[in-house]
Design a binder for this molecule. Structure first.
Ligand code: UD1
Length: 356
C-alpha cells in the first residue's frame, strides 16, 4: 500500500518527522515537498536536524499570492498523483500546501487523511481557516488533536472518519526535547541564562501586514523591562523594513531557528509571546506561560487551563500580560500521550484494509 504525504511549510516538517517514521514501518511512503518554504532556515535545516527522509518530489513552488501559490501547487500535484497512484493522500494542518493537495486528491478521487483536523478559530479572514474547513470537508480520515476539534467537526455535520488521536506535535516534542537538551548550544551562543528572557515569534499576515499592529506590538515589547529574543520570519523582516519600525533595544532579533534551538529557547524562557498556533501549544506542553498576539485561538485548552492569554495587538494588554506573575493551574492531557503517530498509522491501515 502506498501513502503519498504532502508537506511544504515549517510546522508540517515537524509533524511529518514522527509520523513518517511510523508510516514507513507499514507502508511505502512517497514524500512530496511543495516548496512553499524554501530558505535554509525555513526548510532544509528541519530535514537535517529531524532526520526526515529527503522528499521524493520537490515542486519548487515558492512564494506568491494565495491564488498563484495554490494554483501552481494544484497543477504540479495533479501530475505527481496521477503518476504515483497512491492508495491515500496524507495532508497536515492548514497551509496552502494542505488545501492544494486535498483539492487534487478529492477530484481524482483518492481518499484523504487530514492530520490536525477540526481546529477552528471561527475567523474566516484567516487564510488558514479557509484551508482547514475545505480540507476537513474533503477528507475521509479526520485526525483530530483534541476533543474540542472532534466536536467542531460534529457541529459542522461531519459524522464519519473522526478520530481524536492526540497531537502529533506532542510526539515530536517528547522525542526531540531530549536531543535539543543534548545538542542545542543556543543559550550559550546568545549568552542567555535560563528564565532570564522572553521568547517571541510573529509571522501571521493579520499582524505583520498592518502597520498599526506591528507598531503596537513593538512598542509594548520596548516598554517592558524584559530581554526579548525574536527569531524573525522573512515576512516580518520585510514588513519591519517597509514600515520603518525601529527595533527596541531590549529586543534581540535573530535569524529563524531550527526545531532543536527553538525548543531549547522556549523551554528556558520565562514566557513566550507568539501568534503561531504550534508555539502556543509547545509552550503549554513545556509548562511555559504563553501570551498570544491574536484575538482568538484554535488551542482553547491552553487558555482554559490558565497557561495562555489572548491579547491581540493591544499594547496595554501585552504589557499587563508580560508583568502578570500569577501561578498557573494544573494541566490536563488534552493533547494525548505522545502516541499519536502510532494511532494514525493503525487507523489508516484498518481503513485501507476495509476499503481496498
Ligand atoms: C505559512 C502558513 C501558515 C503557517 C506558516 C508556518 C499559509 C496560508 N500559511 O505561513 O499557516 O503557520 O506557514 O510558518 O499557508 N518567505 C521567505 N522564505 C521562505 C518562505 C517564505 O522569504 O522560505 C517569505 C515570502 O516573502 C513569503 C512570506 O514569507 O511571501 C510568507 O510565506 P508563506 O509560505 O506564504 O506563508 P507563511 O506566513 O510562512
Amino acid at each position: 500500500m502506498k501513502i503519498l504525504s504532502v508537506i511544504g511549510a515549517r510546522p508540517q516538517f515537524i509533524k511529518a518527522a514522527p509520523l513518517s517514521k511510523e508510516l514507513r514501518k507499514k507502508f511505502k511512503e512517497v514524500l512530496v515537498h511543495t516548496g512553499q518554504h524554501y530558505d535554509y532556515g525555513m526548510s532544509p535545516i528541519f530535514f537535517q536536524e529531524l532526520s526526515i527522509p529527503q522528499p521524493d518530489y520537490n515542486l519548487g513552488v515558492g512564494s506568491g499570492s494565495h491564488a498563484q501559490q495554490t494554483g501552481q501547487m494544484i497543477a504540479s500535484l495533479e501530475k505527481v498523483l496521477e503518476k504515483e497512484k497512491p492508495n491515500m493522500v496524507l495532508v497536515y494542518g492548514d497551509t496552502n500546501s494542505t488545501i492544494a493537495a486535498a483539492l487534487v486528491a478529492a477530484k481524482l478521487p483518492i481518499p484523504i487523511a487530514h492530520v490536525e483536523s477540526g481546529l477552528r478559530s471561527f475567523n474566516r479572514d484567516m487564510p488558514e481557516e479557509i484551508n482547514r474547513v475545505v480540507t476537513d470537508h474533503l477528507s475521509q480520515l479526520l485526525f483530530c488533536p483534541t476533543e474540542t476539534a472532534a466536536e467542531n467537526l460534529r457541529q459542522e455535520g461531519i459524522t464519519r472518519g473522526i478520530h481524536n488521536v492526540g497531537d502529533v506535535m506532542y510526539d515530536a516534542l517528547i522525542f526531540y526535547k531530549k536531543l535539543a537538551e543534548q545538542k542545542s548550544e543556543i543559550l550559550k551562543n546568545l549568552i542567555l541564562k535560563p528564565k532570564s528572557y522572553l521568547f517571541a515569534t510573529i509571522h501571521r499576515a493579520e499582524n505583520t501586514d498592518k502597520e498599526a499592529k506591528v507598531e503596537n506590538i513593538f512598542q509594548a515589547f520596548g516598554e517592558s523591562a524584559e530581554v526579548i529574543i525574536l527569531p524573525i520570519h522573512p515576512r516580518t523582516k520585510k514588513m519591519l523594513k517597509q514600515f520603518k519600525i525601529k527595533t527596541p533595544r531590549n529586543v534581540r532579533i535573530i535569524e529563524p531557528l531550527g526545531y532543536l534551538d527553538s525548543l531549547q529557547l522556549q523551554s528556558n524562557a520565562k514566557k513566550v509571546l507568539t501568534d503561531s498556533g504550534g508555539i502556543q501549544k509547545e509552550a503549554y506542553l513545556l509548562k511555559v506561560p504563553c501570551i498570544t498576539l491574536r484575538n482568538e485561538t484554535e488551542w482553547v485548552e491552553t487558555v482554559k487551563d490558565g497557561w495562555n492569554v489572548l491579547v491581540g495587538s493591544d499594547k496595554s494588554k501585552i504589557i499587563k500580560a508580560i508583568n502578570d506573575s500569577r501561578p498557573r493551574k494544573n494541566q490536563s492531557k488534552h493533547y494525548g500521550y505522545g502516541s499519536s503517530s502510532k494511532k494514525i498509522t493503525n487507523i489508516i491501515e484498518e481503513y485501507l484494509r476495509n476499503n481496498a
